[in-house]
Design a protein around this ligand. Structure first.
Ligand SMILES: CC(C)(COP(=O)(O)OP(=O)(O)OC[C@H]1O[C@@H](n2cnc3c(N)ncnc32)[C@H](O)[C@@H]1OP(=O)(O)O)[C@@H](O)C(=O)NCCC(=O)NCCS
Length: 217
């Protein structure tokens, strides 16, 4: 996906791919009106709801340059929830669906430096419990206004509550999926996540809820 700013208030998103013949093909063109007000969104202005069948009409209006994120929300999120695989939180801003985050339980397999780190502390398990951010996506119209950062803080808060009230949870984990616009790895690193290991396509990352106090405040 290529992002082409054309006017102050409009942008064009163009999906370009290369076929075997070496030629470039354009598959998708989308003109987006940018929000005139680019001010940061405050958490108190957001309404968070757990996905339910009543929300289906709202989902169809959700737009992202990352099409897989839209497809998951419309086609799989509710089904996964009905199967108790994941839980999706919808973020509404001024009654518009502005973002969503999907959470599930996971574990982190301790390898390399991380394994050594815990061995030094006398922790000899092969894996440790984690909360996973399965999906995180902000609607194109609300990008760059702090929603992504707020959702990371939300996940940290949930992970801390899980530990304080219900069950062990040492990490938040996710797979940062590469996209053509910008690698989300930098976004997550800015919020205290570290790379677990390099992998093609998606980079597994983790956030240590104990060793990251400045991000947990
Ligand atoms: C990644 C994403 C959630 C960020 O949301 P956002 O609300 O725009 O982010 P914020 O406004 O909180 O943060 C903006 C900051 O993060 C940086 N940033 C935003 N998106 C980024 C990305 N994809 N990669 C790297 N940095 C990014 C911006 O440069 C900006 O930095 P600055 O504050 O120094 O200017 C959003 O771009 C998105 O939904 N992308 C499509 C789906 C996706 O890639 N999800 C992650 C898949 S694992």
């Amino acid at each position: 996906m290529v992002f082409l700013p054309v006017l102050e208030t409009f942008s064009i998103f163009v999906n370009i791919f290369q076929k075997n013949d070496g030629k470039l093909y354009i598959t998708d063109v989308c003109i987006c009106a940018l929000m005139e007000n680019n001010a940061k969104i405050m958490v108190e202005d957001v309404r968070i709801e757990i996905l339910c069948p009543f929300h289906m009409p709202f989902l169809r209006g959700f737009r992202s340059y990352e099409k897989e994120m839209v497809n998951f929300l419309i086609e799989d999120a509710l089904d996964n929830q009905n199967q108790r695989i994941s839980l999706t939180f919808l973020w509404f801003y001024q009654d518009e669906l502005a973002a969503y985050i999907t959470l599930l339980n996971d574990r982190i397999n301790l390898e390399g430096n991380l394994k050594e780190f815990f061995m030094e502390k006398g922790v000899l398990y092969n894996s440790l419990p984690a909360l996973k951010i399965g999906r995180l996506c902000v609607d194109d119209r609300f990008l760059q206004r702090g929603m992504g950062a707020l959702m990371i803080r939300f996940a940290i808060k949930i992970a801390n509550q899980i530990f304080e009230r219900y069950s062990g949870c040492r990490f938040i984990v996710l797979d940062a999926k590469r996209n053509i616009r910008k690698s989300p790895v930098l976004f997550y690193e800015k919020h205290g996540f570290k790379i677990l290991r390099e992998r093609k396509g998606a980079t597994p990352m983790y956030f240590d809820l104990v060793d990251n106090i400045k991000f947990c405040a």
